[in-house]
Design a protein around this ligand. Sequence first.
Ligand code: IPM
Ligand code: MG
Length: 368
Amino acid sequence: MAAKKLLILPGDGIGQEVMVQVRRIIDWMAKKRNIAFDLSEGLIGGSAYDVHGTPLSDETLADAMAADAVLLGAVGGPKWDDLPFESKPERGLLKIRKEMGLFANLRPAVVFDALVDASTLKPDVIAGLDIMIVRELTGGLYFGQPRGIETLPDGQRKGVNTLTYTTGEIQRIGRAAFDLARKRAKRLCSVDKANVLECTVLWREEMIKLQQSEYQDVELSHMYVDNAAMQLVRNPKQFDVMVTENMFGDILSDCAAMLTGSLGMLPSASLGAVDASGRRKALYEPVHGSAPDIAGKDMANPLATILSFAMCLRYSFDMDDEAGLIEAAVKTVLKGGLRTGDIMQPGQAKVSTTVMGESIVRELDKLA
Ligand code: IPM
Ligand code: MG
């Protein structure tokens, strides 16, 4: 079997140190499960700007296009706050998503039994939670034209962003979400603001058409985004799969992350369309950011990035067994009482990023 081409982009802040732990898991998979990886590493975000003067160089983008999968840490930090908009670290992330055509962003929110008490919500509200937010990632308010800041004849300045979706864009994210729901509890909730925004009236119409023509076995419901935010904290277990616009998904997925106890637990997969050879471009990253306040202190939670690598094994390489092994190791280590600061609870043992990573590897050894 050809080696799997993995491009690693640690990025900025804690992205660097959590990726060191993922490397351990990759090495373990290579050695103990005989998976041949062809690894390379590149720069993105502020660290790329420091070297190349741009948050994503053409070379790195070309490497990402050629890779079977990209693993990304996080981007951003106060060091780059004063850069012009187009040079900011976040532009690198948005550009790689757009150029690779990664329109489907899968953000699962799963509550591990051991972490039921780490959430700010009551245990009975979140125990056993397992939902999937499907965020449209290359359109909507993040990318719509016109955009920018202009000066009006009277001297005022005007900021503009535009929410647009074509029927084709809605249908492809709709299919991705319906397909996922079909493999789960067969319930899809489409989140929109159809009482105010025409663009999402179209979104709703297209979702209904898709359900009627291709997915009658999946139950489709609709919810306004403000209500969805409320329902996520009121009774999150009513959901199975949610599908929504880019910016709505950005906001709702942070909210869903906190249901699980910490942003440090949430992985994500960003997938493109399946091409003629059956291959799809893919990028895996934790939902959390670069956390500059704790960067370099060996305090960050590496689990979201480790779980993102598990998603990579599952969605890019069809290695459900290996993905399951990683997820089981995470569960056992948490059950054993090891906690990074973000999920620390009374009576548990506070450990560093490094110790958490090493513990997952030790657990993999036992499980395999
Ligand atoms: C995310 C992040 C990014 C986004 C930022 C860093 C550009 O918040 O992945 O959710 O807004 O998409
Ligand atoms: Mg976000």
